[in-house]
Design a protein around this ligand. Sequence first.
Ligand SMILES: [Cu+2]
Length: 123
Amino acid sequence: MSRTALASTIAIAAVIAVTGEAFAHAQLKSAVPPVGGSVTASPSVIDLTFSENLNFKFSGIKVTGPDKKAVKMGEGMLMDSDTTLMVPVTGTLADGSYKVDWHALSADGHKTHGSYNFTVKSK
Ligand SMILES: [Cu+2]
């Protein structure tokens, strides 16, 4: 192996080592209502799908409405081999922008958190 080839092999291995660690945590892959998207009716549930299995006890969401008040949510549950967190929406969401703050503990013991917005626009 030439010196250049060896150097690039080491560089690639280093990148894999760094990103491999990051990918091992539970990252939000998709959501319903969609991240940054809008829905035409009040959703009955909020579904967050992660890249890893979650520990239910230490994972959850908080939803804040356009009035800056916390939205009342029901008891959540894990689905799809524990990668999807489904939380029922107790009431009807009025039109406006909602913020979802999520936190997750993946099965490997790593914590992650994040937030995103979606909009309810029925008219
Ligand atoms: Cu991890």
